[in-house]
Design a protein around this ligand. Structure first.
Ligand SMILES: Cc1cc2nc3c(=O)[nH]c(=O)nc-3n(C[C@H](O)[C@H](O)[C@H](O)COP(=O)(O)O)c2cc1C
Length: 407
């Protein structure tokens, strides 16, 4: 299968034009041997390369290119399949856009092409060329520093649950994880995550409950979450808890129960955020929005968790606007390397800005993911990079510090 990959990247400043030419000569031979063809555009700062050929061969060369330290901030823009090569004449050719007249440059690039129909019929790959040559998407290039520019330094100590609370006889526990604003060095909320007694996932615990009982069990577990938060002395800190959307619908007086449990533990409804998973919300939207009115009426804020992973996606925001959405790892893993993830996350951010919906990113594991998302406008994060969920209490946070600023 003829595969096409397009990426863009940033030239490392230590690389001279001569080094570049030598690299291109070697690459040309290597690509030729692998039956891979393509073109490499360069505008003085950025590269834009198209590679075409048999899938495994293109992939192998692309992996080597990704690991090359002569460039950085490499973002994959397109991975597609085509009947014919668009630039099939040479293994690899460097095309320096600076040597050409602005008006004629795009046509000159296309003249190097070998395709007959794709230009006529709005081919995505060639559209990417046009945008790059015309400097079209530059505002979306976030130039992030390398991962090792930051050091993550744990500050403070864990807040441990008193043993009397930790040793609860129930078959579940809660793990606590901070949600942080790293630049403000602030813990903006703490989430109580349901776990089995030995630390298994909430899903495992729900699977152990039978039928309709899961909703009642889900609701009652919140009472324990609030009691634990009180035992952890969270004070006025915001607390996030999760609830199955159907719990609000199926269990009579669920909201009254929650409000009562909040108050019994010396907390106030305004400091609580209840998180729901999007996919289940969508399937019972009318009943759900009705039930949410009661929560909002009591002063409790509402968040949609795993936003964008369900079937509703953006259409949900036209029908129901939560106070906050949480974008999960499925959308943001390696976001710094993926043009498609970047485009989707940017669209979500834009919607949330227009609707004044707060946004946070969850499941952050890499410094580059965090930095890219900060550049895109997100400031609240949750993930192993900062703190893992802890069954014993609230863990301390590893805050980012710029390496050269620490000396
Ligand atoms: C912008 C850029 C484009 C590159 N394009 C290719 C290419 O098309 N083919 C290739 O074999 N190497 C290319 N390289 C070089 C590879 O990263 C790598 O150095 C080369 O494949 C040699 O790998 P090897 O030492 O594992 O054989 C490129 C490097 C850069 C910085």
């Amino acid at each position: 299968m003829l595969t096409t990959i397009i990426y863009r990247s940033h030239l490392h400043e230590h690389v001279s034009l001569k080094m570049l030419e030598e690299m291109v000569a070697a690459a040309n031979i290597k690509n030729g041997q692998a039956s891979v063809t393509g073109i490499l555009l360069f505008n003085g700062t950025h590269f834009f390369q198209l590679l075409e050929g048999p899938e495994e061969r293109v992939d192998a060369i692309y992996q080597a290119i990704c690991a090359d330290t002569r460039h950085y901030n490499l973002v994959e823009l397109l991975r597609d399949y085509a009947p014919l090569r668009r630039f099939g004449k040479t293994g690899m050719e460097l095309f320096d856009l600076r040597n050409y007249d602005r008006e004629a440059v795009l046509q000159t690039v296309f003249d190097k092409g070998t395709t007959r129909y794709q230009l006529t019929y709005g081919d995505r790959a060639l559209q990417f060329f046009q945008t790059f040559v015309e400097d079209g998407a530059k505002e979306y290039y976030y130039e992030i520093p390398p991962a090792d520019a930051w050091e993550f330094v744990v500050e403070g100590t864990a807040v441990a649950l008193p043993s009397a609370v930790f040793d609860t006889p129930s078959d579940y526990r809660f793990a606590f994880q901070p949600i942080v604003d790293p630049f403000a060095r602030e813990i903006v909320a703490v989430e109580a995550l349901l776990r089995t007694r030995d630390g298994g996932s909430a899903q495992t615990w729900f699977e152990q409950q039978g039928g309709e009982d899961i909703y009642r069990a889900d609701l009652h577990s919140k009472k324990v979450a609030f009691a634990m938060a009180a035992a952890l002395k969270i004070g006025p800190q915001t607390l996030s808890v999760n609830l199955l959307p159907m719990t609000l619908i199926k269990v009579a007086n669920a909201v009254e129960f929650i409000v009562q449990a909040i108050k019994e533990n010396g907390l106030v409804p305004e400091q609580v955020i209840v998180e729901f998973v999007e996919s289940e919300v969508i399937s019972h939207l009318a009943e759900f929005t009705q039930a949410v009115k009661l929560l909002k009426g009591a002063g409790i804020r509402v968040a949609i968790d795993h936003f964008g992973e369900g079937y509703g996606g953006l259409v949900l925001l036209t029908q129901f606007q939560p106070d906050r959405i949480k974008i999960n790892r499925a959308l943001i893993a390696d976001v710094h390397k993926s043009g498609s993830r970047q485009a989707v996350v940017q669209a979500i951010i834009k919607c949330c800005i227009s609707l004044e919906i707060a946004i946070s990113a969850v499941g952050i594991e890499k410094a580059e993911e965090w930095m890219w998302l900060e550049s895109a406008g997100i400031s609240q994060f949750q993930g192993y990079l900062f703190a893992r969920p802890d069954l014993q209490g609230i863990p301390p946070v590893a805050w980012p510090e710029k390496r050269d600023e620490r000396v």
